[in-house]
Design a protein. Structure first.
Length: 767
């Protein structure tokens, strides 16, 4: 039996040479459960890859006996590349290195029959899920306007993230949809997916969890196979991922999780910070190794971030430090309004550019999407290059989804959702009535739509013209299916798009977007050239949605703080640090103290993205939801240690309140510290006092003299404005967002919560 911790001086492997003592300890502690508590910028990836290399090099396990789980495909690729540099081609024998969903999909392919599926099941995306749910809702006679499919999809996603199957729901959970019918629709949805030989992303882990629980022999097989389990970003795991990992780890108990409880910021996606907080309880005798030496930021940046996060109570506790010296203090700048905030940031960035700093090393991180508008307007006017990270992902574009639907139907004949998408795309003269007859026939014969389409052509169910069109389409699909076994996926895609008329349709389109859509289809074919089979490519598309922005472009990066996690920049600007904006009032109203602590973790993440300089800005006035509001600095500013910040104000006029506050004891944040609520109080500091005494100049703020809470009634009283792509909007339920696409009166919106939703334009207002 190997000792729990090997001598730190043992083994002369080169990957140990540049590790600090805690990193070396994490690498060499190869027996038993280990929690690597790794702060921001502390080299956790280097330690994790070195540990993986150490296990393989010391022959403690074959590469195929190691389960290594990441949260993104990018992280998995980086891990594979790093380990490959350390130990050479042995890394190619690691089939179990990947994301949760990729590994679960591989397991499910092997044991699909235990979940009521066939091994060639389809993984449906969000768009197909919504269409399927809409069909079920309408079939049950419910009004899908009152009970929208997206609401049901959200409920189902939440249940699956928590590891709950339909039979696990109680009456309270079922009440979340259609007055107690949530469980009924969840069961209908799962039955329909099995009939389609399909599953959604949530099913990948839920099905495997169910198989492990019901089939002990399968669980024991993998418990014995995986001698070592390593998990990156453990603080971001949800309940089903946690349960899945805990079952697998009961075999050898050699589980090493890497994470930072102070960077758990995805509760809205189902992440449970409690998973990392209770690791020692779940695995008695676990060794906790803290990585606290930071290799990214200056002492003042680390001091400010550490002082801020210390205010949280639900954390394991650690203190970042660095051997680096010098560096500027974190700057906190108060400005009059958002336009001045944008001007000030623009001037600072232009100065940095003149000094020779590449724009790619500069980032503006915002809490809410609506904040980006002022920066866009300002940067366009001064000619400063920028990019906003977000918007459509490549595989979510309409033309790409159409092309993928053809390919999915070729690969999986029972994929009814793909058939529905392409049967009249491009236009073939097949309307809803034809599709309705196909559905009716398919149900009566208990067969997929594609098979029903062939059978129905031998009957008089369809008019002669429609019958001929449907038969021609199905013959094409059959021919393309044969072709898929004889040619490459890329050539197949080009052939299908040409022969089905999709390429000609776009070429005939004279709109400004048609050329770009054709280029996207060309790029799709290029992407497919890397794959040997159509099935491999389709699974890749289902599991990977990488943002393909050009990282080499000389542009300032503007993005949300959520999107910035894991990134770093030399200079970081953090605008909008005001009560109600950051922390978000909506988050506080919905989640209370727990949300406040997550907002503080988000602030910690924002500050620690900076390597050399961090600038925090807050405005006395900001236009939100179409009206000016007066604001006080965020309580987080008052929590920054004075020794690590420097404060200044660019305001040249305004309210007597602000003059008094900025002169108070020569400390512009004294009132914030004095008025800051106690823990558990989610109100803004001095909010009522500010509302009572704020006296804005009418020329600057004509509409509002205090913070305003918008309501549906107040929106109804205002005239509607034309809304277009790129506009910032507000939705009563989902909050602020940016319009990324428009089709008639339907808008596709990226909301600040990170969700993308489609809504009618009558339900939003431009801000």
């Amino acid at each position: 039996m190997t000792a729990p911790t090997e001598s730190l001086n043992a083994s002369g492997h080169p990957w140990l040479a540049n590790l600090n003592p805690p990193q070396r300890e994490a690498v060499l502690t190869t027996q038993g459960p280990v929690l690597m508590l790794a702060g921001a910028g502390t080299g956790k990836t280097a330690a994790l890859t070195a540990r993986l290399a150490q296990i393989i090099a010391e022959r403690k396990a074959w590469p195929s006996e190691i389960l290594c789980v990441t949260f993104t495909n990018k992280a998995a690729r980086e891990m594979r590349e790093r380990v490959g540099h350390l130990i050479g081609p042995a890394v190619e024998g690691m089939p179990w290195l990947g994301t949760f969903h990729a590994i679960a999909a591989k397991l499910l392919r092997r044991h699909a029959e235990l979940a009521g599926l066939q091994s060639n099941y389809t993984i449906i995306d969000t768009d197909d899920q919504l269409r399927l749910l809409k069909q079920l809702i309408q079939a049950e006679g419910l009004d899908d306007k009152r009970w929208p499919p997206k609401l049901l999809a959200s409920c189902i996603d939440r249940w699956k993230n928590r590891g709950l199957a339909p039979e696990d729901l109680d009456a309270g959970e079922s009440e979340a949809y259609a007055n107690g019918k949530g469980q009924h629709f969840y069961r209908l949805y799962q039955d329909r997916l099995r009939a389609l030989n399909a599953c959604d992303f949530g099913d990948l882990l839920l099905h495997i969890l169910a198989i492990f629980r019901k089939h002990r022999d399968v669980l024991e097989q993998y418990q014995q196979r995986f001698k070592y389990i390593m998990v990156d970003e453990y603080q971001d795991t949800n309940s089903v991922q946690y349960l899945w990992l805990r079952l697998l780890a009961q075999g050898h108990r050699n589980i090493c999780v890497v994470g930072d409880d102070d960077q758990s910021i995805y509760s809205w996606r189902g992440a449970e910070v409690a998973n990392i907080l209770r690791f020692e309880k779940d695995f008695p005798g676990a060794k906790v190794i803290k990585l606290e030496q930071n290799y990214r930021s200056t002492p003042h940046i680390l001091g400010a971030a550490s002082g801020l996060i210390h205010e949280n109570t639900e954390r394991l506790g650690k203190q970042l430090w660095t051997e680096a010296t010098g560096g500027d203090k974190v700057r906190v700048i108060g400005v009059w309004d958002a336009p001045e905030e944008a001007r000030r940031v623009g001037e600072e960035i232009e100065r940095l550019e003149r000094e020779g700093l590449p724009l790619t090393r500069v980032a503006i991180l915002v809490r809410a999407q609506f904040q980006t508008r002022e920066f866009e307007d300002r940067f366009i006017s001064i000619g400063l290059a920028y990019r906003i990270i977000g918007g459509f992902r490549f595989y979510e574009r309409a033309e790409i989804r159409d092309a993928l639907a053809y390919l999915r139907l070729i690969a999986q004949p029972s994929d009814d959702l793909a058939f529905e998408r392409i049967y009249n795309t491009p236009k073939r003269g097949l309307g809803d009535k034809t599709l309705e007859k196909l559905h009716r026939y398919a149900r009566s014969q208990a067969m997929p739509l594609a098979a029903a389409a062939l059978d129905i052509c031998d009957t008089d169910e369809l008019p002669a013209k429609a019958r001929g069109t449907v038969l021609a389409l199905m013959r094409d699909v059959a021919r393309w299916r044969d072709l898929s076994h004889q040619t490459t996926p890329a050539e197949l895609a080009r052939t299908v798009l040409d022969e089905c008329g999709y390429t000609a349709m776009l070429q005939a389109d004279r709109s400004a977007e048609s050329a770009g859509r054709l280029e996207n289809l060309t790029e799709l074919a290029r992407a497919m050239e890397e794959y040997e089979t159509l099935g491999d490519f389709l699974e890749h598309v289902s599991l990977v949605m990488d943002n393909e922005a050009n990282e080499d472009a000389e542009k300032v990066t503007i993005m949300t703080i959520h999107a910035a996690k894991g990134l770093e920049f030399d200079h970081v600007f953090l605008p909008g640090w005001e009560e109600g904006v950051f922390p978000s009032q909506r988050a506080l109203d919905e989640g209370g103290l727990a949300s406040l602590e997550e907002e503080r973790r988000l602030a910690y993440v924002a500050i620690t993205r900076a390597r050399r300089a961090c600038t925090i800005l807050h405005a006395a006035n900001r236009r939100i939801y179409g009206q000016w509001t007066s604001s006080l600095p965020s309580r987080f500013i008052g929590e920054l240690p004075p020794a690590h910040i420097t404060s200044e104000s660019t305001m040249t006029g305004g309210a007597s309140l602000w003059r008094a506050q900025w002169s108070e004891r020569d400390d512009p944040f004294a009132h914030v510290a004095r008025d800051r609520p106690q823990r558990g109080d989610t109100r803004g500091p001095g909010w009522q006092r500010a509302a009572a005494s704020y006296d804005p100049a009418p020329r600057r703020i004509p509409e509002a003299t205090r913070p305003v809470t918008k309501s549906a009634a107040s929106f109804a009283a205002k005239p509607r404005l034309d809304i277009k792509r790129g506009d910032s909007v507000f939705h009563e339920k989902f909050g602020n967002g940016t319009v990324v696409a428009q089709e008639g009166n339907k808008l596709e919106i990226d909301f600040d919560s990170g969700e993308r939703k489609k809504v009618l334009d009558s339900f939003v207002r431009r801000i």
